[in-house]
Design a binder for this molecule. Sequence first.
Ligand SMILES: Nc1ncnc2c1ncn2[C@@H]1O[C@H](COP(=O)(O)OP(=O)(O)OP(=O)(O)O)[C@@H](O)[C@H]1O
Ligand SMILES: [Mg+2]
Length: 286
Amino acid sequence: MGVATKQNELGPTGRPERVIPAPKVLDRHGPARIIAMCNQKGGVGKTTSTINLAAALARYGRRVLAVDFDPQGALSAGLGVPAHDVPTIYDLMLGKLKDPREAIQKTGTPGLDVIPANIDLSAAEVHLVSEVAREQILGGVLRRVTDDYDVILIDCQPSLGLLTVNALTASHGVLIPLACEYFALRGVALLVETIDKVRDRLNPSLELDGILATMYDPRTLHAREVLERVVDTFGNSVFDTVIGRTVKLPDAQIAAQSVLEYAPSNPASEAYLKLARELVQRGVVA
Ligand SMILES: Nc1ncnc2c1ncn2[C@@H]1O[C@H](COP(=O)(O)OP(=O)(O)OP(=O)(O)O)[C@@H](O)[C@H]1O
Ligand SMILES: [Mg+2]
């Protein structure tokens, strides 16, 4: 009874491998769930997961906006949109541009739009420090387009500074990508503390939407142990879906495509589609 399982097979989290059905087709759209993809540790798969989860949700007919909120601009590059000499999130944050639609670009994936960023954004923290309600600026920007989308994913930079606090304040939920390697959990306590503070002071309804294990290599005992610890620590907040390590993900990023387009038969492609299904099944997104 209950959820279908694949004949007693256990998934990498140690839970039974569930078959998660394809989400229902939406007959109307919006308002969006805003999700911050956040971890102050660098190189854990934030940008990769933003791109590919966004593409997977779009594949299931969701209208998705990906927001590049890192001055490195890796999300913009990975989605193949220009980020120079075009309006960016920085212009919106500083109020140089009022309507986010003027900065929104279409990507090669139908249903997936992006607001780009470039190195200018690194100056934003300094400019915004003296602003009134400086933590709430991104929220004010995104509110103007929430009705146009089902999901808005914010690709955060690897820091817990003012930009990340803006992302957490603007969001309904946080998704934390964690790489399955030594010290994966180091720093997570500080991240959770920051999330708690933002919830207390700025955004009482902020939820933890889930922890995504990334770069998992089932052949190494080490990765299996790390994942076990992550599941011990966070329990059901850890998604069943685990993203394996594969060179196709960096390759796809270099090709400025999602892995769904670049290597549709690669397990990473199915993994991000599964993550999209799991988010819908958990009721995180419509
Ligand atoms: N599952 C994976 N398997 C192999 N390589 C991966 C995987 N996920 C991401 N990568 C690669 O690891 C590097 C870091 O990933 P990514 O840029 O997504 O992390 P990030 O958390 O956004 O980093 P930063 O903190 O610098 O913004 C990239 O080169 C990316 O292509
Ligand atoms: Mg990144």
